[in-house]
Design a protein around this ligand. Structure first.
Ligand code: AP5
Length: 218
């Protein structure tokens, strides 16, 4: 199954994608992670993206399309993939629709994470990840079982994303409403959009997604 995760910053797309990857073997393709990796490596793509990302603006379509399509075409993903954070503009969505048939793939469902803005700000302000394995946490909604120790790998170092601050988050939300939210209608027209209540606790959202997999397998 090939899924697309659509939703505002902090809606829980990455959290659920990692859980699905573990349980169902679908490969998470996160455009944000690809771009952050490019920035960390100092590649040409990273240099082109850095300033946009630090402001919470969208990286230009041609830059994003290049790096995301490279992964879609070459990543090993026998069970399918989850596109997390891509597409974010009409042009990206149309380019994806043009690419997929040429590589024998199609999007089966678009999971739309519905969460209101104030809750998103709380989510992003409390988010941090393990520096060693990348496991994600939240100081209120998902603290480690033992304070200061990663549940997954046992390391003790954590980091926060540079763009997870109030000013950048306000801009990311405005960009989401102007550029990305209209894609919900685009995928509703294709009959692929499934709206999910992203305000529910993490395990409840996971259960909703499990039901979608079960219905698909039936
Ligand atoms: P990106 O990395 O994609 O960030 P984003 O869309 O802003 O989304 P986030 O990663 O912030 O949120 P998420 O939904 O994954 O939330 P999470 O699961 O972590 O993009 C970063 C930047 O890159 C963009 O601003 C842009 O510059 C650029 N970019 C990327 N893609 C692009 C594209 N296609 N085109 C152009 N530019 C692009 O959850 C958040 C927190 O909440 C966590 O702490 C988690 O533990 C907690 N949490 C999750 N779910 C729940 C729940 N149900 N209940 C309680 N807490 C929860």
């Amino acid at each position: 199954m090939n899924l697309l995760f659509l939703g505002p910053p902090g809606a829980g797309k990455g959290t659920q994608a990692k859980l699905i990857e573990e349980r169902f073997g679908l490969r998470q393709l996160s455009s944000g992670d690809m771009l952050r990796d490019a920035v960390a490596k100092g590649s040409a793509v990273g240099k082109a993206a850095q300033d946009y990302m630090s402001r919470g603006a969208l990286v230009p379509d041609e830059v994003v399309l290049g790096i995301v399509f490279e992964h879609i075409k070459h990543a090993r993903m026998p069970k399918g993939f989850m596109l997390d954070g891509f597409p974010r503009t009409q042009a990206q969505a149309e380019a994806l629709d043009a690419l997929l048939p040429s590589i024998g793939r199609a999007i089966d469902k678009v999971l739309v994470f519905d969460v209101d803005d104030q809750l998103l700000i709380d989510r992003v302000e409390g988010r941090y990840t393990c520096t060693h394995c990348g496991e994600g946490y939240h100081h209120k909604f998902k603290p480690p079982r033992v304070a200061g120790t990663c549940d997954k790998c046992g390391h003790h170092d954590f980091k926060r994303r540079a763009d997870d601050n109030a000013e950048t988050m306000a801009h990311r939300l405005a960009v989401y409403h102007a550029e990305t939210r209209p894609l919900i209608a685009y995928y509703q027209t294709q009959g692929k959009a499934v709206i999910i209540d992203g305000t529910a606790p993490i395990e409840t959202v996971t259960g909703i997604i499990d039901d979608i997999f079960a219905a698909d397998a039936a």
